[in-house]
Design a protein around this ligand. Structure first.
Ligand code: SF4
Ligand code: SF4
Length: 385
């Protein structure tokens, strides 16, 4: 395992971070907690969670493991988060920190994230007088947290504004081998300012492992596209920690193996990827679900529809084939419980503003609505035949 100085925080962090967002929630919390100890024994010393992750079980799972790991408390770092939209006053922010401390079974959170800045308005809300940031400063004075950091899905130029504001010590951002062209400006700005950089979503929401054949161009000899995608973030000198969501010990082993052989991508590698990552590839829906945090007033399951749309360009499907794909998803797949249809969209833009990938959701919904119509027509013809 490799370690680096995490910005100016004084922490020496492992290049692989334990992401607590992929536990198998069908297992007992105690069983999932064993993964943290396993990862720690493998050299991972950064453990990241948040309220709400894994049906809100993640912080409790961490709490079980961290209690067992108490004797080694000085040897690892714990990170959790709170959203300014939920905790918009200092008192609410302090309450959230207290709740997390209790669930995590620790006295002090090493890195507390002003969580999920999708819009500069969220950042401004956190930083307003008497807001979340002021509450977190109070927690810092009281020794409840050590460092205030942030996590964001903003575009590079907006990340630069947060860097310039210089109120947080590190930035967690969704960057991976598929979207780096569009996110790298933020990584560079953060790194160049001497702040810590954490990458989340290195496998693009599981898209790369699910479509390894399509992403073969990522891999060098002897590695899989999934390993290559992990290596891209883990080996980048600008990125201190790559958060990987672990479900099994095998996942931990794979990430640690990649970290052991983390040869950085060369300029030629980058050029090859640049050529292969089409505009569309940069704009895949990662299934992160942030567009659903505030439900669409028309009850359109936007994240589900956008993941169905992924199949159009990943599998180069025709309109006719997409009608069949939708039939599958309406009956057995991701859209089975839908309460609103793509055609119901009133173009309010709420979901587009929330989208971490800045997808053109409205125009995609129009195409999806066309395929839906085509499906109805196909079904009608079948009935008549
Ligand atoms: S733009 Fe359409 S899908 Fe998105 S939130 Fe508004 S109505 Fe819903
Ligand atoms: S549409 Fe955007 S916000 Fe919604 S799940 Fe996909 S990438 Fe995430």
């Amino acid at each position: 395992m490799n370690y680096s100085e995490y910005g100016k925080t004084g922490a020496n962090v492992s290049s692989v971070g334990f992401g607590g967002m992929q536990f198998n929630t069908k297992l007992a919390n105690e069983k999932n907690a064993e993964l943290l100890r396993y990862a720690f024994d493998k050299g991972i010393n950064y453990f990241d969670t948040a309220p709400g992750y894994c049906e809100d079980k993640s912080e409790d799972i961490f709490g079980i493991a961290l209690k067992q790991m108490a004797a080694d408390r000085e040897k690892f770092y714990v990170s959790t988060k709170g959203m300014p939209v939920d905790f918009d006053t200092a008192n609410k922010a302090i309450g959230a920190v207290d709740k997390s401390l209790k669930r995590l079974n620790i006295d002090c959170i090493d890195f507390y994230h002003v969580w999920c800045i999708r819009d500069m308005k969220h950042y401004e809300l956190a930083m307003k007088k008497g807001g979340q940031y002021d509450g977190l400063l109070k927690c810092k004075e009281q020794g409840k947290i050590k460092h205030i950091v942030t996590s964001t899905h903003l575009r590079g130029e907006d990340i630069c504004r947060i860097v310039e504001d210089n109120k947080v010590e590190a930035i967690l951002m969704g960057v991976n081998v598929l979207n780096f062209l569009y996110r790298w400006q933020g990584v560079e700005a953060t790194y160049n300012a001497g702040m810590g950089v954490v990458a989340m979503n290195p496998l693009s929401g599981g898209l790369i492992p699910r479509h390894e054949d399509k992403f073969a161009f990522l891999a060098a000899a002897g590695e899989t596209p999934t390993e290559a995608a992990l290596r891209f973030c883990i080996s980048a000198p600008q990125i201190n920690i790559t958060l990987v969501g672990f479900t099994t010990t095998e996942h931990i082993d794979m990430a640690c193996k990649v970290a052991e052989n983390a040869r950085p991508f060369t300029a030629d590698d980058i050029e090859r990827i640049r050529k292969n990552v089409s505009k569309n590839m940069d704009a895949v829906c990662t299934g992160c679900g942030y567009c659903m945090v505030e439900m669409c007033t028309k009850n359109i399951p936007v994240a589900g529809y956008m993941q169905v749309y992924n199949e159009k360009f990943l599998d180069e499907k025709s309109a006719d084939q997409m009608a069949d794909v939708m039939n599958h998803h309406f009956n057995w797949g991701i859209l089975v419980d839908r309460k609103g249809a793509a055609a119901d969209c009133i173009e309010c833009e709420k979901c587009e503003k929330a989208c971490t990938q800045h997808l053109n959701i409205i125009s995609r919904l129009k195409e999806l609505a066309d395929w839906e119509k085509l499906l109805e027509e196909k079904n009608r013809q079948k009935e008549q035949a």
